[in-house]
Design a binder for this molecule. Structure first.
Ligand code: AMP
Ligand code: GLY
Length: 418
């Protein structure tokens, strides 16, 4: 079969790598792809937001399966456009993608179905919200309702900072339309963990767990990023009592809620959790694989991903057995100097060919006249499997220093336990 992969990040590279292993796949196109995906797929110069362009390409090239990696085209309705044209496509439709496109939509769903989450209020009027600043005490959580490239959450410690944050979102419109509506939430404490799940409308199946490291620097210092590294399985989920609570209090009510609300959710549901004293609460939903969670998790998947994606699309996930390796995975991201703040692109990358026993997924790279250059904040994801987390970690760190580009930075404490 012919597959079209939409996207250009590390998540899309690992998806392409996994799909390419399927004996059923003859050819993969990537729109727009990246320097690493180019080794497995034919890269096509189409933006992920160009829904008519991607659809025309899929029709012209008789694509059998399109996989939508990032949230932006999902929220824009790419899946609806492909379905309307009778094409097979993996990902939630526009209605369901609101779980990532609107924080208020998700909170409404969670409350309606009694799924544990932080208390919240939503606003469209600046003066109304200013009256309520501090209703849940400080720190407080402020979220721009819409998509803000992972930057739309503020956690001010006091009223002055909260007011400044509200002005930034609602008056200066720093996140544009995404800030027309704002959600404020009670601040939850505990340990964060994410669960990636396959959902076919009737059945939800969690994948193996992963832990993401969001801060830019070692010891969780520095700014929040898209994720600087992951390991799988996540030690938090070794607790069977916690897993039972998550199933009974979160996963089962989610599926019942989808059915009650008439939502035919098909694709990936990424559940962000906060866990305190064994009590899980939902922080957020995303509607696509996590990046770099997917790198660690899919390295451990033994089943054919095409079969699973088809089962999701056909509503047959309950009949599908998903096999996982007992090995553990570690992924460390190499980022551009300055990330997550301003950074330069176009730095020449060398040394990848010297890396042993790891898979180097590309997140932000580009081939320019045959030369590999940096093309994003997160550049490469060095990923390894090991009998234990510690052996996987040693393999990654024994190799990562072989890769060079000007300004390269990475954390040295991913998957490290003292
Ligand atoms: P979100 O995009 O909703 O996941 O928020 C981004 C990050 O903000 C999360 O990963 C948490 O670290 C933090 N966060 C979001 N909501 C809350 C909350 N209610 N309490 C504490 N931290 C939160
Ligand atoms: N690594 C977090 C995310 O993909 O949203």
């Amino acid at each position: 079969m012919k597959v079209l992969m939409i996207g250009s990040g590390g998540r899309e590279h690992v998806l392409t790598w996994k799909l390419a292993q399927s004996p059923r796949v003859e050819k993969i196109y990537a729109a727009p792809g990246n320097g690493g995906m180019a080794e497995l797929a034919e890269c096509v110069d189409l933006s992920v937001e160009d829904i008519p362009g991607c659809l025309a390409f899929a029709k012209e090239h008789q694509i059998d399966l399109t996989v939508v990696g990032p949230e932006v085209p999902l929220v824009m309705g790419m899946v609806d456009a492909f379905e309307a044209a009778g094409l097979k496509v993996f990902g939630p439709n526009k209605h369901c993608a609101q779980f990532e496109g609107s924080k208020a939509f998700t909170k409404g769903f969670l409350f309606r179905h009694n799924i544990p989450t932080a208390a919240y209020k939503e606003y469209t009027d600046f003066d109304e919200i200013i009256k309520d600043l501090g209703v849940y005490g400080y720190p407080m959580v402020i979220k721009a309702d819409g998509l803000a490239a992972g930057k739309g959450v503020l956690i001010p410690e006091n009223e002055a900072d909260a007011r400044a944050g509200m002005e930034m979102i609602m008056k200066k419109r720093e996140f544009g339309e995404a800030g027309d509506k704002v959600v404020i939430e009670e601040f939850l404490t505990g340990q964060e963990a994410s669960m990636l799940c396959f959902v076919d409308g009737k059945t939800i199946v969690p994948m193996e767990s992963a832990q993401d490291y969001k801060r830019a620097y070692d010891n969780d210092e520095g700014l929040n990023t898209g994720g600087m590294g992951t390991y799988s399985p996540n030690v938090l989920f070794a607790d069977e009592t916690l897993n039972k609570r998550i199933k009974a209090e979160i996963l089962d009510p989610i599926i019942d809620g989808f059915i009650a609300d008439g939502m035919n959710f098909k694709g990936i549901l990424f559940i962000g959790l906060m866990i305190e004293n064994g009590v899980p609460k939902v922080l957020e939903f995303n509607v696509r694989f996590g990046d770099p969670e997917a790198q660690s998790v899919l390295m451990r998947m033994e089943s054919d991903l095409v079969d699973i994606m088809e089962a999701v699309i056909e509503g047959k996930l309950a009949d599908c057995e998903i096999k996982w390796s007992n090995k553990e995975a570690v992924c460390v991201v190499i980022a551009s100097g300055g990330y997550p703040g301003p950074y330069q692109k176009g730095k020449v990358i060398t040394g990848i060919q010297d890396v042993k026993e790891c898979v180097v997924f590309h997140a932000g790279t580009k081939l320019v006249n045959g030369e590999l250059q940096t093309n994003g904040g997160r550049v490469l994801c060095v990923t390894a499997l090991g009998e234990t987390r510690e052996t996987a970690r040693k393999t990654v760190y024994a190799n990562i220093g072989k890769i060079h580009f000007e300004g390269a930075q990475y954390r040295t404490d991913i998957a490290k336990f003292n």
